[in-house]
Design a protein around this ligand. Structure first.
Ligand SMILES: [Zn+2]
Ligand SMILES: [Zn+2]
Length: 202
């Protein structure tokens, strides 16, 4: 049995470890303020040329937030050498993930228990403890688009991104993989009962 990859404590080494597993990462400021786009990608600029982020040709490696995510070790090395404490972001859909984000501060545990009473227990999968007392359940991405939320405190991260361990949460505590801090790629697909079609039929 594959028991996963031990993720280093140092942010740069951790980002490199994810990239070595084929996971695209990008750096996220502790304040979450995005890095600036170049003038051609900046909608406020006089030389902005309209384009979709996924089709950007500018080659500036910080444009368009998570669309800048990479597995290039040289770039990752440079980013985290410049900012050793930067958090590690990973776009979900681009990495083949759909993530259920359970935030107890907004009633996520309650919403999850109501949901599970209705559709049964969600299949077990790779989990990450967020530093804020919440939890991420990582599934492999379905072929359909998913809604952004399933209830109060129960968000779906699919088009967006999540932070990866050992990123530091706003609370000051670190994100952590459940299971002794080892990371495994999720191989369980997003539950069919939580796709929009199944929900419409329910
Ligand atoms: Zn650009
Ligand atoms: Zn662009």
């Amino acid at each position: 049995m594959n028991d996963g990859t031990k993720i280093p404590k140092n942010h740069r080494d951790a980002a490199l470890a994810y990239a070595a597993l084929g996971i695209k990462v990008f750096r996220v400021r502790r304040s979450k303020a995005p890095y600036a786009n170049c003038p051609r990608c900046d909608k406020q600029s006089s030389i902005y040329t309209p384009h979709r982020p996924e089709e950007c040709q500018c080659q500036v490696p910080t444009c368009h937030g998570f669309w800048a995510a990479t597995t290039d070790p040289a770039l990752i090395h440079k980013w985290w050498t410049e900012e050793p404490d930067a958090n590690i972001g990973a776009p979900c859909k681009l990495n083949g993930w759909a993530v259920l984000d359970i935030d107890p501060r907004h009633g996520g545990h309650m919403a999850l228990s109501v949901l599970e009473q209705r559709i049964g227990c969600l299949p077990g999968t790779v989990m990450q403890l967020t530093g804020g007392g919440g939890m991420h359940m990582l599934y492999s991405s379905p072929a359909v688009s998913l809604p952004g939320t399933l209830g109060p405190g129960l968000d779906v991260k699919h088009n967006g991104y999540i932070l990866l361990a050992p990123s530091v949460h706003g609370s000051g505590l670190k994100y952590q993989w459940s299971g002794h801090g080892r990371f495994l790629q999720p191989d369980v697909t997003w539950p069919a009962a939580l796709t929009p079609m199944a929900r419409a039929a329910a």
